[in-house]
Design a protein around this ligand. Structure first.
Ligand code: G1P
Length: 910
């Protein structure tokens, strides 16, 4: 019997059931809530749970630990006749007996937004078990586990149930730093319903701190009945020679002796509890609730009362589903494929997941110590802001405080507003792409809402010892000085958000290498390009900064027009930088040097008024020059049909891409994406890029578009990425984030059919379940073995929804007005005649219906009749796009119910 991994949706909410999940060792599902619980669960109930790096409830796991580690959640039943069974099949005996066997599988997984249910059958006992894990949608940092056991046999079944949830209860650092010593610091309290573990201190040799955090496991049966026996230490639970997957107290149904060698404090702990023996008549069921979590309260006893019955758990589960479905419903697509729409629901919550998990806390994401990276934060907001346009304003304002006077920024964003950390590993470094993202996201915000006043908000700058873009250290700066940039008079300096945006884009635009492109510094979007900080240059981000400079010029123009402004105010030293815009490019580095020298010991705090008209022209000129540099000097023509942009110069100052003397061709997708998206590429170049990408980048095994062609071995002159095996991650994997951005770039330049193909390929690879072996969603990359890697937390999630809404369905704001420009291809209609999308605009719920009764392809249609809430707004639009003005919408859209906008797609006349 073949056991093929497979899932399928069972409703329109994205709920799916999965066969043979237990055959995939790397599979995990996220369980979390906004209160901060960050857990994962596998088909064997493995996976960890934590609040942050220093507060791990369960043993920290990386992906390999998912099969390697026995410290999983578990629930046992013991019968006198047949012995011990895990209700998840996770006992040494069950795994040995059923693994690799051609028998009917005993397990099935069902997942929904956002819960994980494992169904497992124990035929020996004729017992059906289900084990559901979710987090409540409230302030409790807990996971709730609901176990239901049903006797499906024809005889009475008697058994002893035992829950076993090993508690790590301390910092992840203590896994390899004083694991034993920190176990000696554990103190255990036994409560009626559970076990609470509290370390006496937070152990960290760099500075121990008092600990206020407790870790707990509480349990009851469906009627609130407490356990009859508890085993708070691993040693007594498993016995001196037992294991967590064959624990003595369960296997022998014994109670360990408590002689003088026994103690519960200062041990490795476990929330293990035995409930009263059960007698289940045929058809009868019994339930247990195990609630495990992290609290700063003395204990969680009182709170546990919220969950200690069947009814209460049902209510918490319902609320959890409502919460997550509410998130997924904010932007909801209905096309011709329920599977695609269901997949998009999971993709749509991925940015929310990254908000919660950061980039550190899922089994593949075992790097860093929490928090979100700067570029990830801004890109996740593309979707988060489309989902909740008005609620993100203050976050944006606070996040701008991360920018330094040298245009670089603190790279890690911690929980709470305006909480940063300079670097994940305390390394002085600069990723040169960071400056592009705030403007890109803020432009979307300004367009969606029309709120240009955000540019005038005044915020501080970040200050630490790192100066001159990590090339120097300010020896005068001390930690006690705090992280706000001060003036020479020791006053916190504040400048407008517009000033921050100009500064970070301007400095990068002047940071030019010997070939005329912007310097790569310690890397760009591609984290792996971290070994070319002297002579490295990046073409894709030269293009991106070029576009940004033009976009800032546009913003200034708007300020002049809408607000009749004549000048803008900036800190006086910034004027030096403007010299770099008027001089020859050779002087740019000198200008930067002069500026750094001037601000080395702080700034005066004096402001200077700069004429907008002049500034606008200077920025635009520079922007255009950067775009031209890419367009003209970095283009490599392969034939009359194919060509591509070079991506980089390495640390020897040599071109990375091209056709080399050994006949090998080398280029990557990043370069093509940003030159298309930024407008650097001409239409002719785009067509050649499309051919080259389709011809050379697809992986011959999977068909996925690779991020790069092989560079060869790591030669210490470009980046660590080339130490990875080819075909994985940034070294030639199908890197979903970039592929999605490439699709976006194509759509944005009007190449919808080509963009659709790319988008579809990401979807198909991610849902080619047999190979990808992941649950629905877009993974960070697809390996050349077809595997979906690093599930759930990736920038591709946000970009997919952003792309679908603003380009594919073509609905986006334009300074607060609503622009509709659908780029739907025929295939998306198939047999349907209408596609719909639900979204929020001007804080009102809007459903937009696109009728394509003749199934016309993109390029063949224009907009015909448009009606709002049943009333014809215009009979004939006669164009491929339309703008509905804010004032009109104000009048026509109602609050409190869905507004329906219907549009007919008709044959294009011109
Ligand atoms: C990850 C990082 C992102 C980086 C990218 C490429 O991407 O989070 O910052 O730009 O690798 O190195 P993601 O997993 O978000 O797709």
């Amino acid at each position: 019997m073949e056991h093929e991994f497979n899932w399928k949706f069972i409703d329109k909410n994205g709920t799916f059931i999965c066969e043979n999940a237990s055959e995939v060792n790397q599979l995990y599902f996220p369980i979390c809530n906004e209160a901060g619980m960050k857990a994962s669960v596998t088909p064997f109930l493995n996976g960890d749970a934590k609040k942050n790096q220093n507060e791990f409830l369960y043993l920290p796991v990386s992906v390999e630990d998912l099969h390697n580690n026995r410290s999983a959640r578990n629930f046992w039943v013991y019968t006198k006749e047949q012995g011990a069974f895990s209700v998840a099949g996770n006992s040494a005996k069950q795994r040995a007996e059923h693994c690799f066997k051609e028998e009917e599988k005993r397990d099935k997984v069902e997942c929904g937004l956002l819960y994980h249910s494992l169904y497992y059958t124990i035929p020996e006992l004729k017992l059906n078990c289900s084990f559901t894990t979710f987090c409540p949608a409230n302030d409790d940092v807990v996971e709730i586990n609901r176990v239901i056991l049903e006797n499906y046999g024809s005889e009475i079944l008697e058994f002893v149930p035992t829950a076993a949830f090993p508690i790590f209860g301390r910092s992840a650092d203590n896994l390899r730093d004083h694991r034993h010593a920190t176990s000696l610091m554990q103190r255990v309290t036994m409560e009626k319903n559970g076990i609470v573990v509290k370390p006496t201190i937070h152990h960290d040799e760099r500075g121990h701190e008092p600990n206020d955090t407790s870790y707990f496991v509480y349990g009851s049966d469906e009627n609130g009945q407490a356990p009859v026996e508890m085993f708070p230490t691993v040693e007594e639970f498993i016995g001196k020679g037992g294991t967590l997957d064959w624990p003595e107290t369960v296997v022998k149904n014994s109670i360990p002796k408590h002689d003088f060698t026994y103690r519960k404090d200062g041990m490795e702990c476990i929330g293990a509890m035995r409930f009263a023996q059960v007698r289940l008549a045929p058809g009868e069921k019994i339930e247990y609730i195990i609630c495990a979590g992290i609290t700063e309260k003395e204990n969680f006893n009182k709170e546990f009362e919220k969950y200690n019955s069947k009814e209460k758990v049902e209510v918490a589960w319902k609320k959890n589903e409502e919460y997550w479905n509410g998130e997924a419903d904010k932007i909801k697509f209905q096309g011709n494929s329920d599977k695609f729409d269901g997949w998009l629901r999971w993709v749509g919550i991925q940015p929310v997941l990254r908000k919660i998990y950061g980039c550190s806390f899922l089994p593949y994401h075992d790097y860093g110590r929490g928090g979100r990276g700067w570029r990830d934060l801004w890109q996740d907001y593309l979707t988060l802001l489309l989902q909740n346009p008005m609620s993100v304003r203050s976050a944006f304002v606070h996040n701008m405080k991360g920018v330094r006077l040298d245009g670089s920024n603190a790279t890690i964003i911690l929980e709470g507003n305006g909480n940063f950390q300079a670097d994940r590993n305390k390394i002085s470094r600069v990723w040169m792409d960071h400056g592009v993202w705030p403007l890109f996201t803020l432009l979307l915000y300004i367009n969606q809402t029309g709120d240009i006043s955000i540019l005038d908000e005044e915020v501080t700058y970040w200050k630490d010892a790192q100066i001159e873009r990590a090339k120097n250290i300010d020896i005068n700066w001390k930690k006690e000085d705090g992280n706000n940039q001060k003036t020479k008079n020791d006053i916190c300096y504040v400048g407008t958000i517009l000033e921050h945006l100009i500064l970070e884009n301007l400095i990068c635009s002047l940071n030019i290498g010997e070939h005329g492109n912007i310097k790569l510094e310690d890397g760009d979007w591609n984290d792996q390009l971290d070994m070319a900080s002297d002579k490295g240059e990046t073409i894709p981000f030269t293009a991106f900064y070029g576009k940004n400079m033009c976009d800032i010029a546009d913003l200034l123009e708007i300020q002049m027009e809408k607000e009749e402004r004549k000048t803008i105010s900036v800190f006086e030293e910034m004027e030096i930088l403007l010299d770099g815009l008027t001089e020859e490019s050779q002087k740019e580095m000198e200008v930067l040097k002069k500026y750094y020298e001037r601000i080395r010991y702080g700034i005066s705090g004096e402001k200077k008024e700069i004429p907008i008209l002049q500034l606008e022209a200077m920025l635009r000129r520079k922007g255009k020059q950067l775009l031209q540099q890419v367009r003209e000097n970095e283009w490599i023509e392969l034939s009359s049909k194919e060509g591509f942009f070079n991506g980089y110069y390495n640390n020897d100052g040599k071109r990375v891409d091209g056709i080399f003397t050994d006949g090998k061709l080398r280029f990557g997708l990043t370069d093509q994406t940003f030159s298309v998206m930024s407008g650097a590429a001409t239409d002719e170049q785009i067509q050649k890029i499309i051919h080259a990408v389709n011809n050379y980048l697809p992986d011959e095994n999977t068909g996925g578009i690779r991020l790069t062609l092989p560079l060869g071995d790591n030669t210490w002159n470009f980046g660590r990425g080339f130490a990875l095996i080819y075909g994985e991650k940034e070294n030639g994997g199908m890197f979903s984030h970039m592929t999605t951005m490439y699709a976006y770039a194509l759509y944005s330049r009007g190449y919808a059919k080509e963009g659709y193909k790319v988008l579809k390929s990401i979807y198909e690879l991610s849902t080619n379940t047999k190979l990808a072996q992941i649950y629905p969603g877009v993974p960070e990359y697809i390996s050349s073995r077809g595997r979906g890697m690093y599930s759930y937390v990736t920038g591709a999630g946000s970009w997919t929804i952003f792309l679908m809404l603003t380009q594919v369905y073509g609905i986006r704001g334009k300074l607060g007005d609503l622009l509709i420009e659908p780029k739907l291809v025929k295939e998306q209609y198939d047999t349907r005649e209408v596609l719909t999308v639900d979204m929020l605009f001007m804080e009102k719920e809007v459903s937009i219906y696109f009728y394509n009764r003749k199934r016309l392809d993109y390029g063949k249609y224009q907009l015909g009749e448009l009606s709002i809430n049943g009333e014809v707004w215009k009979k004939q639009i006669n164009s491929t796009s339309v703008v509905l003005h804010q004032s009109e919408l104000e009048e026509k859209l109602v609050t409190g119910r869905k507004n329906k906008i219907c549009i007919e797609l008709e044959e294009r006349k011109r």
